[in-house]
Design a protein around this ligand. Structure first.
Ligand SMILES: Nc1ncnc2c1ncn2[C@@H]1O[C@H](COP(=O)(O)OP(=O)(O)OP(=O)(O)O)[C@@H](O)[C@H]1O
Ligand SMILES: [Mg+2]
Length: 226
């Protein structure tokens, strides 16, 4: 299960809701193997941007390209399950009736990966996030930080070419946030993943990302490279 990371290119992206323009011509480039942080005030369109990358929304205008393949534009639209990506949300979104291992295994089942290979990949992903001992637990028996590690393991288990994060640490206390953001940085570097990471927290963005984009009123207001 390996999948080379790819560059993400976004051009002229526009999104309106009920006549209100939320994204007003966004151009972005994320080089393969790098992490881009998206910052900006509440309601500026960060989650909308991520949904357009994921394919959960189809843009009104513009183009999204993953590794040279157009996944959305005026005439084409690749659905989320065919985009080869992993996502981590603020609220973890784990299935409560499944064990930790069951949650992490799920994307592999969806891809038809054989059982033995699934077991190996799940063990490896859980080890990468420091949860090797928790495979048999239910999410309710884990702390918030541990639940978010499970969500992280689930996002990386199939080695997707793109990883998307929507404020994954904002429900955690500041100390845990600092240590987990460092862990996520190290993990993304190990995987060589291409990632877009939405956050309100400038410090988190600085820890994690190779470049930080600030959105304001539907446009790119600032890009800072490191
Ligand atoms: N499905 C939708 N229908 C109508 N309006 C929407 C929809 N999704 C988002 N919006 C509006 O688009 C704007 C941007 O929303 P978005 O969720 O992208 O903001 P955000 O930057 O992620 O904010 P936050 O930091 O609070 O999460 C908001 O005004 C929101 O109300
Ligand atoms: Mg949001």
């Amino acid at each position: 299960m390996t999948s080379a990371s790819v560059a993400i290119q976004v051009s002229g992206l526009r999104q309106r809701f009920n006549g209100q323009t939320v994204l007003d011509g966004i151009d972005l480039d994320v080089p393969a193997g790098t992490t881009l942080a998206l910052l900006g005030p509440s309601g500026c369109g960060k989650s909308t941007m991520l949904k357009l990358l994921a394919g959960l929304l189809r843009p009104d205008e513009g183009r999204v390209v993953f590794g040279g393949q157009t996944v959305a534009d005026a005439t084409s639209y690749v659905p989320p399950e065919a985009r080869d990506l992993g996502m981590v949300f603020q609220d973890y979104a784990l299935w409560p009736h499944m064990t930790v291992a069951g949650n992490v295994s799920f994307p592999l089942e969806m891809r038809g990966v054989p059982r033995a290979e699934r077991a190996r990949a799940v063990t490896e992903a859980l080890a990468r996030v420091g949860l090797a001992q928790m495979a048999g637990r239910r999410p309710a028996a884990l702390s918030g930080g541990q639940q978010q590690r499970v969500a992280l393991a689930r996002a990386i288990v199939a080695r997707p070419r793109v990883l998307l994060f929507d404020e994954p640490l904002s429900n955690l206390d500041p100390e845990l946030r600092a240590s987990l953001s460092e862990e996520i940085r190290a993990l993304l570097a190990q995987l060589g993943a291409t990632a877009v990471y939405v956050t309100h927290d400038r410090g988190e963005a600085e820890t994690l990302a190779h470049a930080t984009v600030t959105l304001d009123r539907g446009r790119v207001a600032q890009i800072v490279y490191r």
